[in-house]
Write a new protein. Structure first.
Length: 143
């Protein structure tokens, strides 16, 4: 794992502190604004997402499965694990706390300039997460 990946994982896997310290930590990793899946987001918006993640999940941890680095690009394939303890906003609406443990597979494609992330393309298994939380049921069981 590179230093950049380590900094990213620390930012997202630990609850952000209050005040300007948290924003400074995100600015040390991300451009402001940063483009996320084609939409420009401020560091303040990223910080709000991180805080919402920690309201929804407890005991977050990430396992990096693969990382590929090329000039100006880093690709990280990882699994995020946690316990669903609070409301989770999803594209289908808010899922109330279930107490369930979940694992979400994610791929981040990062554009990096001068050790700062300027763009993120995120592909996360949202369907799998919703099924694990019981928010959706599949017509045909997995497995």
């Amino acid at each position: 794992m590179t230093a950049l990946t380590d900094r990213l994982m620390r930012l997202w896997m630990h609850p952000p502190p209050d005040g300007a310290e948290a924003e400074a930590a995100f600015r040390a990793v991300y451009a402001d604004p940063v483009r996320v899946n084609g939409t420009e987001m401020s560091v303040a918006a990223l910080l709000q997402r991180a805080r919402a993640l920690h309201v929804a999940f407890d005991r977050l941890r990430a396992t990096v499965d693969r990382q590929v680095d090329a000039p100006g690009v880093t690709v990280i394939g990882f699994r995020m694990h946690g316990w669903h303890v609070g409301p989770l906003e999803t594209p289908l609406g808010v899922v109330p706390a279930t107490g369930r443990e979940v694992e979400v597979r994610t791929i981040d494609i990062l554009t990096v300039r001068d050790d700062i992330v300027t763009e993120v393309l995120v592909v996360a298994d949202e369907l799998g997460r919703l099924v694990q939380l019981g928010a959706l049921a599949l017509a045909v069981p997995l497995g």
